[in-house]
Structure formats: C-alpha cells, structure tokens
Design a protein. Structure first.
Length: 477
C-alpha cells in the first residue's frame, strides 16, 4: 500500500531540507553518491504447539541507514533514532568509512523521478495486520490443526505458526529522489510429525503473500491441511533408490528452489562484477536451449517477492535474465548498474535499515514451455521424478550444488512407480541449465514462505514448470 508523502515524513520526523542536510553531510568527504533508508516495521507472531499457545507477541523495528559511495568503497552506518543529531552522526560515520577511496565523479546512475503511484500498488491491503486483534488469530490456528487431524489418524504433533509484518519505508538520495512504500507480508505455516508406530515422517507447509489479514480464509486453511497430508502413504512406503547418474524430472512449482539457488545467484551482478560467477564473461551468449526463458520478477501482484520499489528506490520490474537460451541481463543494484553502464533492474535489497543493499532476487522462475508433463515423464526409460526439495548447498563461483530430496518417484519405462526419498541430487547449476531437454507447459510460482539468506535474509519466491534434466548424480544406495 502507498500512503501520502507527508505521512512518511511525519512518521520519521523529517522534511525535505532535513533529508538534504543528511545527504550533504554523508558526502562531506567527497563521496560520489549517498542515500537514506528509513524503516518502521511492526512484527507480529503467534505459535500454537499441539493446541497450546507456545509463543506470541509483537515488536517494532525503527531507524535509518545512511550510505556513502566513493569510488569502490561503501561507507554505511545506521541509527535506531531519528533525532537529527543522531542521524547526522551516522551520516558523518558513513562519510568517514568511505574516506580514502579515489572519487570517480558524479554518479551516472539513471534517475527515477516522480512520486510512487498508489494506483499501481502491487500489494493493496484490505485488512491491516496492525489493526487486527491477536484474538482473531488463535481460532484460525486451532482450526488449521483440527483440519489436519481430521484428515489423517497418524498425526503425532502439529506446530501451527502465523507471522506478519508491515513496513513503512522512506528513501532519499543525492539525486534528489524521494520515494516511499508500505509493505505488508503475512505467512501461515504448519509443521506436522506423523507416526505409524514404526516410523515417522514430517511435513512443513506454508503460504506467504504481500497482503493484509484478508488472506486468512477457510479456503487457505483447507489448502494447507490438504497439502500437509498429501502423498503421506507414499512417504511411509518410500525407499532409497540405487544411486548414479540418471535423468531427473523436476516437478512444477517448489522445484524452482533449485533454479533459485543453483542458477539464480550466479546471475546476481555483484558476483559477476567481481568475477566470482561462472556467467561473468557470458553476457549475450547461449547458456541453455532455445525453449528456456528465466525471469526475475518484482511485479507479481501480492507475491511474496513483489516490490513496488526496491530498497534503493528503483521501481520493481520484470527482468528477463535468459531469453530463449541467451543470457541477456544480470540482476543489478545501483552499484553494479553503474559499473556495467546499464539501468538498475530493481534488485537492490536489504534485510533492514541495518544493512546496505546488494543485488538480490525477488520472484525467480522459468517460463512455461510447450511440452506436456505426462509426455516428459513418458520419455524417460529409467530415472527419477522429484517434487520436494529440502536443504541444499551451493558454491556460487563454480555453481556446484547438492540438494536433499524429501519425496519423489522412480521413473521406469516412462511411468512413475515406487516412491523414493532420503536422497541427494548433485550437479552443477549452469551445466544442469544447459542440460534441460524438455520444458513443461505447467509453469507455477510456488506460494510458500521462501527466504533467501545471502549475507542477509529477504523474502523471495520461486517457480518452474516440469522440466527434464538429461543427467544428474543421484546419491542413493
């Protein structure tokens, strides 16, 4: 949601002359560029463990971060107070940290004039989280637990969690740009342990959206409950397959986490600017098949990764990184955009005012292709189908990855047969991208509560259609 400019100025107790004074102070030692990031965030959470409230509460995070760029140095300081003397102290500290670098002259970043447009708001709020009594949340969590227990008698433990936040943001920079935004985010999640008396299985399901408390509907509760018990019989019957190199079909939606981790990070411009990414010298080159397009998108209405503006005041936008197999763009903040001489892509993000912005993903997904998912599976004589990943490790520079697979199936003679689990998939991100030989027509962005932890934690989302990777290493028996 986007409020009036005066609302944000009053909230942080500043006016335009005060903002200009802070920026001027941050540039006092010859800096090239400076910006301010004000934040007021209310966090609320409630956790129910087996029908009993285990924790809950709310807190406010408030302050301002001040950045000075000079040559290749970044000076950054923050304060939890918006008293002018405290903010001036932070501005002077940022200037001092950046001191000593050779200045490079005026910052030639493309300006983004104009005010934020409420009519183009990507996350309007019907029911404000801040105005919704906590007493309304408890029955919803109790209802969610009841729905899950109704669906399966093997439920041993249920932990239901609701978390919400609402952030008011004000930004100003030495280009004279004044931007502001109010960002809601709500997350409903449940972790369930099932036991059949011999073995246990666990399932974690979540939904997260940039919207208000209107997301908490009976339909959402039933959706979570259904997913929590879906495929449970197969999980108990699953076994570890024989390992080795084989074709791997990745299911639509949540398998996009592999795209995010093993490939998406390699497109972030800071890694490429520093020569740490395998794609550093491949701009304009073919990196995969012609039927593959990979996008990072901040424009999906209500999506967890949506942004009206990034944390540098750059408008959120849809960035095509790979266009029909050709690498066409990295993900840029203002620093990398200046280095490459291109426009920022709206990917400058930070965890809070305590952190400086860096290039980060938003909603990263592969667009749908033309293949039928059934036909993709039918084309595999012997391999595996995977539909739920868990923990993974990735080396950004080399692109090597290992992901743990929670559930999937053997593919034998073009058919899904025995359920499998407790395996690892090992490969190289760029190589796997180049080795995709079929792309389904069922593209899906997963609605789960994905969080990216590159130095800082930020909300993201991911997605993918059903795809066939010609060969990956499967760690099994």
């Amino acid at each position: 949601m986007i409020l009036s400019q005066d609302t944000y100025l009053r909230l942080f107790g500043v006016d335009t002359p005060a903002l200009e004074r802070l920026v001027t102070t941050a540039l006092q030692d010859g800096g090239d560029y400076a910006d301010l990031f004000f934040e007021d965030t209310l966090y609320r959470d409630l956790l129910l463990r087996d029908g009993v409230v285990a924790s809950g509460g709310s807190h406010i995070d408030y302050g301002v971060g001040i950045r000075c760029l000079k040559g290749e140095k970044t000076g950054y300081a923050y304060t939890e107070s918006t008293r002018m003397e405290d903010m001036l102290g932070a501005a002077r500290a940022a200037a001092t940290i950046a001191r000593g670098a050779a200045p490079t002259g005026p910052y030639p970043t493309f300006p983004f004039p104009g005010r934020p447009n409420p009519a183009a708001d990507r996350y309007p709020v019907v029911k404000d989280w801040r105005d919704t009594p906590a007493a309304e949340f408890l029955p919803l969590l109790e209802r969610l637990e009841a729905l899950i227990r109704e669906r399966d008698s093997r439920v041993a433990k249920v932990i239901a969690m609701l978390s919400a936040q609402h952030s008011n943001i004000l930004m100003y920079n030495s280009l004279g740009e004044l931007k502001y935004d109010s960002r809601p985010c709500g997350t409903l999640a449940v972790s369930v342990i099932f036991s059949d008396g011999k073995a246990q299985q666990n399932k974690h399901v979540s939904r997260s959206f940039r919207c208000g408390a209107e997301m908490l509907t009976e339909a959402l509760l039933k959706d979570l409950a259904d997913e929590a018990v879906r495929g449970l019989d197969d999980r108990f019957a699953s076994r570890r397959p024989k390992g080795g190199k084989m074709p791997v079909v990745m299911g639509a939606g949540a398998s996009g986490i592999l795209l995010h981790e093993a490939m998406g990070h390699a497109f972030e411009a800071d890694f490429n600017r520093k020569g740490q990414s395998i794609f550093s010298d491949r701009m304009g080159q073919r990196v995969c098949a012609e039927n593959i397009t990979v996008v990072d998108d901040g424009t999906l209405r209500g999506n967890r990764g949506a942004l009206n503006l990034d944390d540098e005041g750059v408008p959120g936008q849809r960035t095509v990184m790979v266009d029909h197999g050709i690498l066409t763009s990295y993900l840029h903040d203002r620093i990398s955009a200046r280095y490459y001489g291109v426009r920022p892509t709206g990917n400058g993000r930070r965890e809070s005012f305590r952190y400086n912005p860096i290039p980060r993903m938003r909603a990263t997904y592969m667009e749908s292709g033309s293949d039928q998912p059934f036909d993709i599976i039918a084309s595999v004589r012997k391999g595996i189908y995977v539909d739920e990943f868990a923990n993974g490790q990735v080396k950004i520079g080399e692109g090597d990855f290992t992901f743990y697979v929670k559930s999937g199936y053997l593919i034998e003679n073009g058919r899904l047969t025995a359920p499998i689990g407790d395996i690892n998939i090992i490969g190289n991100g760029p190589a796997a991208l180049a080795d995709i030989v079929a792309v389904g027509n069922d593209g899906k962005v997963d609605p789960g509560a994905w969080t990216c932890g590159k130095e800082q934690s930020v909300p993201v989302s991911c997605g993918i259609p059903t795809v066939l990777v010609r060969s990956l290493t499967v760690g099994g028996d």
